[in-house]
Write a protein that binds this ligand. Structure first.
Ligand code: AMP
Ligand code: GLY
Length: 427
């Protein structure tokens, strides 16, 4: 098979490293890929959002299967456009990708089908939203832009002034463009967060090992929100009892709800959950693998990834086993100093080979310079993942490998997994 992966982050590198293991793969392409993917994929200079370009490339290069890993091409209908040309693809169609593409849609879906989530109101009128946060909304309150916003469209406000400012930023200043035409204003929930990625073909749903993201830039969950500074798996807060409740109260009802709405979901559905005093509740849905969750989940997967992906597309997931190792994994992100705000690019990266002896190094914001040497080219530069029988060992191993990699202004958190270790110790 000739396979094309659409995207170019650490998640896509992790997917590529698994896909290439299947002997049926003849040629692997990535659009646009990154400096690390270049060693196993042919890089195609197309933007991940270039639907027409990707369809044309797939047709002209005899691509048998396209893996659409990133949210925006899914929401733009890339899987539908490929399907119109008879090209099979991993990921939901546009109508199903709306579960991530519109938070108003996702919240209304949960309300209609009784799926547990934070209480909320939606607004498309700025004055009405303003009156609501001024008068009645309990504090703290969470203001969310409706559409895709690179993970930055969620503002947690502890005062009414902050909430007013959030509404202005989203609805008037249009910081996130048309994504801010509508807002969700919701109840602030507390409790540990769990990410659960699940394969589904629209009938059967098979969850992967759970994980925990670390979204803030600095140690101790301080600093700005980022795309994710590290992950661990499995998540110790996600007990077998919680997993059973989530399946019954959230996962199966979500698949059923999407079918009833005529939006059958195939691909990877990501459940961002919060374990509250009342049980698991949905914080967000994503229509794709999480980043950097994928970088801890896939190294623990024992089943062949391509086989499972094809089963979600062909509707045969019930006959396909999805097995995970009982080991633990930790991924530490190495970022450019200054991220998620402004940062410099183009610094040479050293120590990769040494790190790769004991860990999986996934490239994200890297490219090869004219001499073929990897240099930094983005905010999140690399993800360093180690696996071990226990979480503590996986964390130590990941940090030992991460320390071997150097570039100017390298920034990482030093406490990835510490909250999970405390939970394991029952603290
Ligand atoms: P999202 O972009 O939807 O993943 O939201 C980013 C982060 O905001 C989540 O991971 C949570 O930590 C936090 N968050 C979102 N919604 C809520 C909520 N209703 N209550 C508390 N925290 C929330
Ligand atoms: N790590 C969160 C996300 O992929 O949206």
């Amino acid at each position: 098979m000739n396979i094309l992966i659409v995207g170019g982050g650490g998640r896509e590198h992790a997917i590529a490293k698994e896909i290439i293991k299947n002997p049926a793969v003849k040629k692997l392409y990535a659009a646009p890929g990154n400096g690390g993917m270049a060693s196993i994929c042919e890089l195609v200079p197309l933007k991940a959002t270039d639907v027409g370009g990707v369809v044309r490339f797939a047709r002209e290069h005899d691509i048998d299967y396209v893996i659409v890993a990133q949210d925006d091409p899914l929401c733009l209908g890339m899987v539908d456009a490929l399907g119109d040309e008879g090209i099979a693809a991993f990921g939901p169609c546009k109508a199903a990708a709306m579960i991530e593409g519109s938070k108003v849609f996702a919240k209304d879906l949960m309300k209609r089908y009784g799926i547990p989530t934070a209480a909320y109101e939606t607004f498309d009128d700025y004055e009405a939203a303003l009156n609501y946060v001024r008068a009645s909304a309990p504090l703290p309150i969470v203001v969310k832009a409706d559409g895709l916003a690179l993970g930055k469209g969620v503002l947690i406000c502890s005062t009414r002034e902050e909430a007013e400012e959030a509404l202005k930023t989203i609805m008037l200043d249009k910081k996130f463009g048309a994504s801010g035409d509508k807002v969700v204003i919701e109840e602030f929930l507390t409790g540990p967060e769990v990410s659960v990625l699940a394969f589904t073909d629209g009938k059967t749903i098979k969850p992967m090992v759970s994980s925990m993201d670390h979204k803030r830039a600095l140690d101790g969950d301080r600093g700005l929100n980022t795309g994710g500074m590290g992950t661990i798996a499995p998540n110790p807060c996600y007990t077998p009892e919680m997993a059973e409740r989530a399946m019954k109260e959230i996962f199966l009802p979500t698949i059923d709800a999407m079918n009833r709405e005529g939006r059958s979901f195939r691909g990877c559905l990501y459940f961002g959950l919060m374990i509250t005093g009342d049980g698991p509740k949905v914080i967000e849905y994503n229509c794709r693998f999480g980043d950097p969750e994928t970088q801890v989940v896939l190294p623990l997967m024992k089943s062949d990834l391509l086989t499972v992906m094809l089963a979600t597309t062909n509707g045969t997931l019930d006959q396909t086993s999805v097995e995970f190792s009982r080991d633990a994994a930790c991924c530490v992100i190495l970022a450019s100093g200054g991220y998620p705000l402004s940062y410099q690019k183009g610094y040479e990266i050293h120590g990769l080979e040494e790190a790769e002896r004991t860990a999986n190094v996934y490239h994200a914001g890297t490219k090869l310079n004219e001499q073929g040497h990897p240099v930094t080219s983005g905010g999140r530069v690399l993800g360093v993942t180690a696996t071990a029988p226990g979480l503590e060992e996986a964390i130590e191993k990941a940090y030992r490998a991460a320390e071997k990699i150097t570039f100017t202004d390298r920034h990482m958190r030093h406490d990835i997994g510490q909250r999970a270790l405390s939970a394991l110790r029952g603290e």
